[in-house]
Design a protein around this ligand. Structure first.
Ligand SMILES: *[C@@H]1O[C@H](CO)[C@@H](O)[C@H](O)[C@H]1NC(C)=O
Ligand SMILES: *[C@@H]1O[C@H](CO)[C@@H](O)[C@H](O)[C@H]1NC(C)=O
Length: 689
């Protein structure tokens, strides 16, 4: 134990020295280094895998592979980007003004049907985490317009590995440097170098290096064959295969994303990235204004502070060890046995972090409890703490099931669970703090504030659809959220939608309580699918209904339960204007003309399709994602809202056999205790009430 503590102290001292040096030198360049791959689903946390890209078979399937998709492989475009952006250039800096980066990746382009290859894969610097709709075919997922080279609106730079020939290309097997345009500024045919990107009837693996020198403003590309996936990385060739002068400041955003994009066209191929190394020397934003002496003072102060903390922590650790900790209940035992147990927090720490659950730290009311903002000083980390209220909690089922579900779910668009705490019958869950709060706060704002921008609305809807797709399909046990609404959709610092609060997942677990009773607030009524009032059950289709309600809410800037023009619900009003051919009149007035007509039209129709009174008529997440990206047309929406018919003609949740039991209220009782531990059987359910 002592060796452990002293190790921590050593690490801390090392980091203090490092901080000190960095601060004293006033270095503005920071180095980011990472090695990625083989890829598995934990990479969804750090990569923005833009639909229909997936991670499967150990690789980034930048366009989908046969194993992970049930739709055709042709005419697709997608991207996989690191979900963190880098400041690549500085506006008013002395030398250097431009970041440098080195990246290398192992890729494989494969023709599953041994027909024509199409279209290609690219390493790219992207302006944002969005995919341009219609960027399939010749556009490699980079853009959706031919434009011309002076078109700087795209703000991308890419190294393309092109397997298809356009009129301006040298051949169907070349590497090129693309600057804001799919027509490369420079290309090199690969056949003379004995390289065939996509050979027929076999798989070849190539390692690519892309080096950007920010000082000399030169980009170099190298390629070498690697015999097998498992062979060692081949040595980097002595000279680049392609090289170009490039001033990134002119072409990419100051803050930009790095990653891959690809497309298929009439024919198809797999565009796979197997390993990826990245080193970026980028600019940091901190410490700009401080002069050198201030920095030294600050550095010294920080060092002393951290040293004091280190000793305090070391002392506390020994002190705590002297007392024995006995698990206070079965619950704690069950929690500690959870697979991949999240961290257990000390109640004391959470109390301190939230200033004793102070009113002013209250973030809102989640399902079954109050949520507080907190600050873990030791870790310098902001958290959101959900305190389950004893009155509301029906039993430890609620707590355990929320914990079990969320703990196993990992997705970029879900709020991450950091840990839990149990003390004197009080149950707490600790989540990542979402600096931008919940979506509703941004939609319904005071008259003086700026309305939520259109592109953010679009991004939020895409993120939400991805989260739902993951819950409904990708996660090994299908999960139904049950309580999708704007106040449960959180926004991170980049305005990515993060679905949170699985609180209602078992709110209805003892029987057929209606939604209205469970919620009791008419304002949330508009999210509930009509069949739920009869069955009391949530299904994937009822989640889709709620998604449709959120979608209309985001675009119209009106709550689903808002009475407009004599209609009780927003959706009925939208449907009326659709019938009258005036659909765009429903778009949030606060946006004025600042929205994209085609996108608004498409999303509104999708919102209506999801609001279909008949559960079986609502689209599934797979199609929803394709409609959002523009890869698939929205379904026909009839001019009049169809009537609600009961019983429904078709079974509702077609795959409910594979659906984890939280999707239906009946089977909950046989679920959570058994999976966790036998002693936590239903008999103890009320021990915490
Ligand atoms: C990534 O870096 C590691 C360590 O330097 C190296 O062993 C590996 O071959 C590199 N991979 C690629 C794809 O360049
Ligand atoms: C791909 O899209 C183009 C243009 O939309 C269309 O003409 C073509 O038939 C599509 N090809 C396939 C195989 O779906």
């Amino acid at each position: 134990m002592w060796t452990l503590t002293s190790k921590f102290i050593l690490i801390d001292i090392a980091s203090i020295l490092y901080c000190f040096l960095v601060i004293v030198e006033g270095a503005k360049l920071q180095t980011f280094t990472a090695e990625y791959g083989p890829f598995n689903e934990t990479y969804y946390d750090i990569l923005e895998v833009i639909w229909p890209a997936t991670i499967s078979s150990g690789a980034l399937q930048v366009t989908p592979d046969a194993a992970s998709s049930d739709f055709k492989l042709s005419n697709k475009s997608a991207r996989v980007l690191l979900n963190q952006r880098f400041k690549l250039w500085e506006e008013h800096a002395s030398q250097p003004q431009l970041a440098s980066f080195n990246t290398s990746f192992l890729f494989n382009v494969f023709r599953p049907f041994n027909d024509t290859a199409a279209e290609g894969l690219a390493f790219m610097i992207a302006p944002n985490l969005l995919l341009p709709p219609g960027s399939m075919g010749q556009f490699l997922g980079l853009t959706n317009t031919m434009g011309d080279t002076s078109d700087t609106a795209n703000r991308f730079v890419a190294v393309e590995l092109d397997t298809s020939r356009q009129c301006f290309d040298p051949d169907n097997n070349h590497v090129g440097i693309d600057v804001n345009n799919i027509k490369s500024i420079k290309t090199e045919s690969l056949a003379p170098h004995n390289i065939t990107i996509a050979p027929i009837g076999m798989a070849k693996f190539y390692n690519v290096w892309v080096d950007y020198d920010g000082l000399n403003m030169v980009i170099d590309v190298y390629i070498a064959e690697q015999p097998e996936i498992t062979s060692p990385t081949p040595p980097k060739p002595g000279s680049p295969i392609l090289s170009a002068d490039l001033d990134l400041r002119e072409h990419v955003n100051q803050y930009a994303y790095l990653g891959f994009s690809a497309s298929t066209g009439n024919a198809s191929q797999l565009n796979r990235v197997l390993m990826w190394n990245l080193t970026v020397q980028h600019f940091s934003d901190s410490g700009k204004e401080l002069d050198k002496w201030m920095k030294i003072m600050l550095g010294a102060g920080l060092a002393v502070l951290v040293l004091v903390l280190v000793f305090a922590v070391g002392f506390g650790y020994r002190y705590r060890k002297l007392r024995t900790v006995a698990p206070s209940s079965n619950l704690v035992g069950a929690l500690q046995r959870l697979p991949a147990t999240p961290r257990e927090f000390k109640f004391r720490d959470l109390k301190k972090a939230t200033s004793r659950f102070d009113e002013k730290n209250k973030l809102g009311q989640g399902g079954f409890g109050m949520v507080y903002r907190g600050m873990l000083v030791k870790e310098n980390m902001e958290i959101a703490v959900k305190l389950f209220s004893r009155e509301n909690i029906k039993g430890q089922h609620d707590f355990l099931s929320e914990l079990t579900i969320i703990n196993r779910l990992r997705h970029k668009h879900l709020v991450k669970l950091l840990g839990w705490c149990h003390k004197k019958g009080k149950l707490l869950l600790v989540y990542e703090y979402m600096p931008n709060g919940s979506l509703d706060k941004h939609l319904f704002i005071g008259p003086n504030k700026e309305p939520l921008e259109w592109n953010l609305r679009y991004k939020i809807i895409s993120g939400l659809a991805l989260a739902l797709h993951y819950l409904h399909n990708e996660y090994d046990q299908k999960v139904v959220h049950r309580d999708l609404k704007a106040s449960n959709i959180m926004l991170d610092s980049d305005f990515n939608a993060r679905l949170g609060d699985f609180g209602l997942a078992r709110a209805l677990d003892n029987g057929r309580t209606s939604y209205a009773e469970a919620e009791g607030v008419l304002g949330t009524m508009g999210y509930i699918a009509p069949e739920c009032f009869l069955t009391g059950k949530a299904t994937r289709q009822s989640d889709i209904y709620a998604f449709g309600a959120v979608l209309l809410e985001v675009i119209c800037g009106q709550r689903p339960g808002t009475r407009i023009a004599g209609f009780q619900f927003l959706v009925d009003w939208v449907w009326l204007l659709h019938r009258d051919g005036k659909l765009l009149e429903v778009v949030d007035q606060r946006l004025g003309d600042n929205y994209i007509v085609e996108e608004a039209n498409r999303l509104l129709l999708l919102g209506l399709a999801c609001s279909h009174p008949s559960a079986s008529e609502r689209p599934r997440t797979q199609s929803i994602l394709q409609m959002i990206s523009g890869a698939m047309p929205v379904p026909y929406v009839p001019p009049f809202k169809p009537a609600f018919v009961w019983p429904a003609g078709e079974p509702m949740d077609m795959d409910s056999v594979n659906t984890v039991s939280i999707t239906t209220s009946d089977s909950v009782s046989e679920w959570s205790p058994k999976n966790l531990s036998s002693e936590n059987s239903a008999g103890h359910t009320d021990s915490l009430v």
